[in-house]
Design a protein around this ligand. Structure first.
Ligand code: 2AM
Length: 167
């Protein structure tokens, strides 16, 4: 199965991003918009794997105290439009611990710089960007997600959830 590890959105952050998506949809209706329930921040892309227990162990090993994440603003990777995520020290540290742990466990994780984002739309040509208000949310859960294409739609299903706790 196709897997990735992500932080979920708070409802307030989801609302801010959907407002940006609606603004963009009015101008670029033909783009491929992320469904509301699919919005997330990817921490690590695993790709095809069935090593779920090893992935759970990596997640358990790297999760520490909860922190906050600020989302807002927007940008593009070509035709992909994203909402921004501020890179704070605890977010960068979590991503780095996770990458190291996954690589040690034998997963092939690319060493590209971490550019956290929330994909709003794919196949959105041009240079228009939506306004996405700034929202600060709690990062208190890490999810192992499975990605499937069902009838042409991307469906993400949580496989494992780990809470970030002070304990
Ligand atoms: P994207 O939204 O910028 O495409 C599930 O595919 C998640 O993993 C998406 O958030 C996707 O980012 C991210 N991802 C990172 N690297 C990927 C890759 N090589 N192929 C597919 N998705 C990738």
């Amino acid at each position: 199965m196709r897997l990735f590890i992500a932080l979920p959105m708070s409802e307030e952050a989801r609302g801010a991003i959907l407002a940006g998506a609606d603004e963009l949809r009015a101008k670029i209706p033909a783009a491929n918009y992320s469904r509301a329930e699919n919005l997330h921040i990817t921490l690590a892309f695993i790709g095809e794997s069935n090593r779920v227990d090893a992935l759970k162990a990596c997640i358990d090993e790297v999760c520490r105290a909860p922190f906050t994440v600020t989302v807002g603003g927007s940008g593009r990777f070509g035709d992909l439009v994203w909402a921004g995520v501020r890179v704070s020290p605890p977010l960068a540290a979590l991503e780095r611990r996770l990458r190291v742990s996954l690589q040690r466990a034998g997963f092939r994780i690319e060493n590209r710089p971490f550019r956290p984002h929330i994909t709003i739309a794919r196949e959105a040509p041009g240079s228009l960007l939506p306004h996405v208000p700034e929202v600060t949310m709690a990062a208190d859960r890490v999810l192992l997600m499975r990605s499937d294409r069902q009838n042409g739609r991307l469906v993400y299903t949580p496989v494992y959830e780990r809470r970030l706790t002070d304990a």
